[in-house]
Design a protein around this ligand. Sequence first.
Ligand code: C2E
Ligand code: MG
Ligand code: MG
Ligand code: MG
Length: 292
Amino acid sequence: QAKAAGRNVLRFFEEDMQATVTLRAEMETALRQGLQDGQFLLYYQAQIDDAGCVTGAEALVRWQHPVRGLVCPAEFIPPAEVTGLILPLGRWVLETACAQLTAWSSRPATAHLTMAVNVSARQFRQPDFVKQVVELLDRTGANARKLKLELTESMLLDNMEEIIAKMSALKALGVGFSLDDFGTGYSSLSYLKRLPLDQLKIDQSFVRDVLTDPNDAAIVRTIVALAQSLGLSVIAEGVETEPQRDFLARNGCNAYQGYLYSRPLPPEQFESLNLIGVRSKGLSDLNIHVSP
Ligand code: C2E
Ligand code: MG
Ligand code: MG
Ligand code: MG
């Protein structure tokens, strides 16, 4: 009886594994196809400064699948990392974002905008990552000073010297670095001090309940203080309400990103939001300098 049950469990487990393997293989095929057929696109989410000006955008990748519709990165970035397809996908993201940056640079209304791009661990770990970025900047004609790469804490843990060398080489060209989802990883402070960063990005999990959870409020204050003492700028992600923004502003944060200002949008909508949408979000008292 127990043996039979054990066998059933085992069989169930094997079927489950098989299903997982099949799903993963299907996902890999679909991702590969998607890359080939140009099914990926970039959405852009506004980044706002203290004065309420749109200073730039974060590029967020989307997958426009012919059957499944618009797929979010949480569903396809992890399998893309496992299969290594994040490398061609990540290159496509960087190139597309740089090309957009160049297009914005050529128009007065958008010429000041910066571009933040997420870089995955596996992508950054490539020995020729710096060379790739240099070539993409070259090919697209993008201004390196307007490009900001978002890294996460976990990817900075191993091989410190190599990481610092890569970051320094890119910084020498003018590329900036922001530490994404800050506070959710395991950075030690001595570690942080050695990295040539420009910005800490407060994770949205701390922003969400900042008004009701004293621990989150303390963490946010601590991150801002840490950024200030390290000479870094700080941006909060996931800002959804005015009271959240006001709390952040009162506590020394000076840049914001979140639904309060704008959701991530396709480029045409992002461009029109810059001109009209943000102003109508109750920021008319602030000096928005993006104009048609
Ligand atoms: P992230 O870089 O931390 O991006 C912020 C995520 O929070 C985005 O989700 C964004 O849509 C969402 N968000 C922005 N404002 C708000 C808000 O006010 N409230 C709430 N609840 N959410 C908000 P998204 O676009 O689904 O991206 C999820 C994650 O996928 C990103 O987190 C990033 O880690 C990864 N990702 C996105 N695009 C790329 C990419 O091109 N390359 C790589 N390697 N990873 C990417
Ligand atoms: Mg990000
Ligand atoms: Mg983030
Ligand atoms: Mg996040």
